[in-house]
Design a protein around this ligand. Structure first.
Ligand SMILES: Nc1ncnc2c1ncn2[C@@H]1O[C@H](COP(=O)(O)OP(=O)(O)OP(=O)(O)O)[C@@H](O)[C@H]1O
Length: 338
């Protein structure tokens, strides 16, 4: 049985993703800087949680404490219920995938060898390691026959990033940590890679902690988002829609900014309650069609391109109603907290 988003129901033996819990974790660097001040946080198995906040608020420190590249000063970090703050750090890192900006592939090793790094360290038989590297390259959309023998400099930045994902996933880690993984590629390649990663995540369902400073990325990728202020103080921990619709404090409202109305359209779906029955309004010309459940943002974008006031909404082959531009632009905004 697979791990569920709620966590805790799978047998550990076949668990593919593990919950993470931080209990009052603190990091004070030797020079006295308190980067993380007693942070408590729970991430469910199979969930993608984004850490976002202003520069220097402690995001990377939090992430690097989870795989013990940085030792916490105090507090506990539990993975799958086990406190890992006193376990063997090298063993731990083999159970945790780690993806960083610019990937850090070994330049003198082929792509295939790079992807097989952790399985080799774990002592997997050669054939199994080779098969696994092929499988992972396929999974990230790189043909192993074509790219496996190349060296990192013979790939584009976006392709190298995919290899980074493949390498991080090769030994089937229970947790995946990603620190600004998309920021080294240009904006167009970035949105393609984000989409690809979401497709991959839907398939592998790892517990992912992603650090970014890009709010659009956070909203697109996160099941939930934690907004941190200096000292890694959580200001709000919620779904993208909650964050954009109900910022919990002036800090969060300022952080999500003036564009939050537009961003919010990207996280709210077209639902049946929003629809007008087909035939109840006179419409001119050909209407664009959208699937029930697409984002309001996408529906509105289609209407603007087609210069139409309505779009026809389908559920599979069936037309379930019409959605109007006006309806999308008049969605409610809950009262803001102060
Ligand atoms: N080795 C270190 N020694 C002393 N202070 C450090 C060290 N590493 C980080 N810091 C400080 O700890 C704080 C948090 O740093 P961290 O890199 O975790 O922040 P961040 O939110 O990831 O920042 P950014 O978004 O700019 O990458 C900062 O004030 C930083 O200057």
């Amino acid at each position: 049985m697979d791990a569920t988003p709620e966590g805790g129901t799978s047998a550990p033996a076949d668990r593919k993703a593990a919950p993470i819990e931080l209990r009052e974790v603190r990091k004070q660097y030797p020079d006295g800087t308190v980067a993380v001040d007693k942070l408590s946080l729970s991430v469910n198995a199979g969930e993608l949680v984004v850490l976002i906040g202003p520069s220097g608020c402690g995001k990377s420190t939090v992430l690097r404490m989870i795989n013990r590249l940085i030792e916490p000063t105090s507090g506990q970090i539990l993975i799958d219920g086990d406190d890992v703050t006193h376990s063997d750090a090298v063993q731990l890192r083999r159970r945790i995938g780690y993806v960083i900006q610019n990937v850090g592939l070994f330049p003198h090793q082929t792509i295939h060898t790079n992807v097989g790094t952790v399985p080799r360290l774990l002592g997997w038989p050669k054939q199994r390691t080779r098969d696994r590297a092929d499988e992972l390259l396929d999974l990230v959309g790189l043909d192993p026959a074509r790219y496996g023998k190349r060296y990192p400099h013979e790939l584009s930045g976006g392709q190298r990033q995919r290899v980074g994902f493949a390498r991080a996933l090769a030994a089937d880690p229970v947790v995946l940590l990603m620190d600004e993984p998309f920021s080294a590629v240009d904006p167009i390649a970035r949105s393609g890679l984000q989409r690809e990663f979401l497709r991959l995540q839907a398939e592998v369902r790892k517990t992912v902690v992603l650090v970014t400073h890009d709010l659009d990325e956070a909203v697109r990728m996160g099941d939930r988002i934690v907004v941190l202020s200096q000292g890694a103080h959580p200001q709000q921990f919620g779904t993208p829609a909650q964050l954009l619709g109900e910022p919990a404090s002036p800090f969060v409202r300022e952080f999500v900014g003036k564009d939050r109305g537009i961003r919010r359209l990207a996280v709210l779906p077209v639902t049946e309650e929003m629809l007008t029955p087909p035939g109840s309004v006179a419409v001119k010309g050909h209407l664009p069609t959208v699937e029930l459940g697409v984002s309001l943002y996408d529906a509105l974008a289609l209407m603007l391109v087609a210069n139409a006031d309505y779009a026809e909404v389908k559920d599979g082959d069936r037309t379930v109603g019409l959605i109007s531009r006006h309806r999308i632009l008049s969605i409610d905004y809950p009262a803001e907290a102060d």
